[in-house]
Write a protein that binds this ligand. Sequence first.
Ligand SMILES: [Fe+2]
Ligand SMILES: [Fe+2]
Length: 315
Amino acid sequence: MNHHRKSELFPKNRVLRRTLYRLLLTAPSLPLAACNGDPECVRGPITLTTENIQLKPDGGVSCDTCPEHPEGAPLTSCGTRTPDGGTKYLSCSYITCSNDGRRPEGLQEAHPHEGADCELGALFAHVAWLEAASVPAFLRLADELAAHGAPEALVQAARRSAGDEVHHTRAMQALALRHGARMPEVDIRPFEPRSLEAMCTENAVEGCVRETFGALVTGWQARTAGDEEVRRALRPISRDELRHAELAWAVDAWAAGRLTPAQRELLLQARRETLSALEQEVSSQTPPARLVREAGVPSREQALNLLQGLTVLVA
Ligand SMILES: [Fe+2]
Ligand SMILES: [Fe+2]
């Protein structure tokens, strides 16, 4: 992959890079002996037996049956498993990865496959799903930028980002498979034409805030994951994600000249609201120790610090 060629499409965003790198300097150095091969693969924290499972009319399983997480973590997914071939279990997963990407409008909730038998698998299956969902998000952005007469560099950067996300999806799928999990289906409602303002709002929310935070978290994981394969997989991805965040800000800057002051004010407000929504999401989660240790997922406090560090940039 030629990262230099990609970064030449538009100038580097020095403020963004400086902010992110400064925050990444606070990442703890790796412990000398990383805990590898934990014999016990920790399952989803809450598992119910079959008699408690509520089935939907089409035979699918309903996640409504899942109880509240004791620490208030939001439910991310549920699925059934039959570990011994007999009893059917419903496993409710509360693992939320702060690893955020560019989610397209109309993205339907993930239905994880059976067999995600440990937290790491579930995490990477979820991340792969997010990566896959951002492919159409970037293709749509490229088409819309072209339709609105944006500079060719931005259009091309959006197309290339879609290509990056295909690679990211494959890399994360491979990690998920290594831990016995498969990526859930990506289901997106068909896109409808929309205004420049609507496109910019999505870019502000999904790009300027969520992808920027995602780039930061991926960079953190690439530095702190105890599992060497995770670090190796995430290193190139974190460089790509940084450019995706730069693209979001470049689109924002380009669009600013075409929007009214009132519209620009609304964008700023959307960014602020997304930042505080993210803050709430992050503060309601305590990532399992295994994810922190092996996948380098920032702890609750670390994630809150990282978010705090983005405030100057975003709001
Ligand atoms: Fe990605
Ligand atoms: Fe991305």
